[in-house]
Design a protein around this ligand. Sequence first.
Ligand SMILES: [Zn+2]
Length: 89
Amino acid sequence: MTDLNYLDGNAAAGMLSELFAVDVTTARGRCAHCGDIAVVARARMYPNDHGMVLRCSSCEDVLAKVVETPGRLCLDLRGMAWLEFAIEE
Ligand SMILES: [Zn+2]
């Protein structure tokens, strides 16, 4: 896929901040498809009328989907093997 109609993963910060109390763009995740480990900010964010799709910057497979409906956000993380957040100790 050579689609250039995506935004940098940092563009996902606004919508994801409604779901998480921490900045998710600095979290590291592992692509369930190719195994690439990267911060969310490195993903490719494809906004659409219903929310957004985050794709792996390495293999372009779907990492996550966010669907927004009135009063609700639904997060699908099936494309990530794991997501790791730094926490304050
Ligand atoms: Zn991948």
